[in-house]
Design a protein around this ligand. Structure first.
Ligand code: GTP
Ligand code: MG
Length: 273
């Protein structure tokens, strides 16, 4: 065969993509990548200094994908180093430690940092995100459960995986799904295909359930100031009831959140003249 024709065919089949890892320091980003690329686990913590770079080749269907992996340091100290590496990524691995709530709560600020650094060219719609709820092997210290993590991820259109870099659980599945979605996106002209399955609930519903779960008292739960009037409590209650009513909201945890809101309203009204 003409070597040029052959080359063109090979080029069509091969693809080069850039992915980055994000999340707080020590959540296990480097270990997840190492587990996948080198099939091993390092128990000793070796903080990433600024950024680590690696290349791996993977096969997705009939295509060979050359993946450039930029493994970011999570420590705030390295912000100046990592900030220039956000641009032109096709995929993001967002990691938190299921035993550290603050690492889960920090996911939003990682997205904010990314958006900010990508500037005007930011189009988060055309990037594949996977969320890794990592260190699931440490069951006794777990504080963020599966439904909470899934809710956060799926309400944003992100894939969710429970992983352990230590045991290897979920790692291959996560990377296979990640690379396959990136390939689908590239074959779809660089646009993230519309998900086949609509999750059936909104980001507002998911975020509200999360806020309710983490609220410190009944005032906080209803989103009113301590000392609010009956009218203010009722108004806030009605808004939440419409959003979370089990007949209308199918988000995981909505039933418990709805009950909690009803109880919060009842206990507040008891004490307001
Ligand atoms: P930075 O580079 O500082 O941002 O941290 P990182 O997110 O890359 O964390 P790293 O992969 O270096 O892992 C931090 C620590 O957690 C190390 O001591 C790892 O051995 C440990 N670790 C990572 N993943 C797991 C896991 O799934 N289970 C357990 N038990 N420990 C893990
Ligand atoms: Mg690291």
């Amino acid at each position: 065969m003409d070597t040029n024709v052959q080359k063109r065919r090979e080029n069509k089949k091969s693809l080069r993509v850039k992915v980055i890892s994000l999340g707080n320091a020590e959540v296990g980003k480097s270990c997840i990548i190492k587990r996948y690329c080198e099939k091993r686990f390092v128990p000793k913590y070796l903080a990433t200094i600024g950024i680590d770079y690696g290349v791996t080749k993977v096969q997705v269907r009939d295509r060979e994908i050359k993946v450039n992996i930029f493994d970011m340091a999570g420590h705030p100290f390295f912000y100046e180093v990592r900030n220039e590496f956000y641009k032109d990524s096709q995929g993001v691995i967002l990691v938190y430690d299921v035993g550290l709530r603050e690492s889960f709560d920090a996911l939003d600020s990682w997205l904010t940092e990314m958006k900010q650094e990508m500037g005007s060219q930011a189009n988060m719609e055309n990037i594949i995100f996977v969320v890794c709820a990592n260190k699931v092997d440490l069951t006794k210290r777990r504080v963020v459960d599966e439904s909470e993590g899934k809710l956060w991820a799926e309400s944003r259109g992100f894939h969710y995986f429970e992983t352990s870099a230590q045991s290897g659980e979920g790692i291959n599945e996560m990377f296979q799904s990640f690379f396959s979605s990136i390939t689908d996106m590239c074959e779809n002209g660089g646009k993230r295909p519309t998900p086949e399955v609509n999750v059936g609930f909104t980001k507002e519903q998911a975020d509200t359930i999360r806020r309710i779960r983490n609220s410190k008292d009944s005032w906080d739960m209803l989103g009113v100031k301590p000392g609010a009037t009956r009218e203010e409590v009722n108004k806030a209650y009605r808004k939440l009831a419409v959003l979370l009513h089990p007949d209308k909201c199918v988000a995981p945890g909505s039933e418990d959140a709805f009950k909690a809101v009803v109880n919060a309203r009842t206990s507040l009204l008891k004490n307001i003249k």
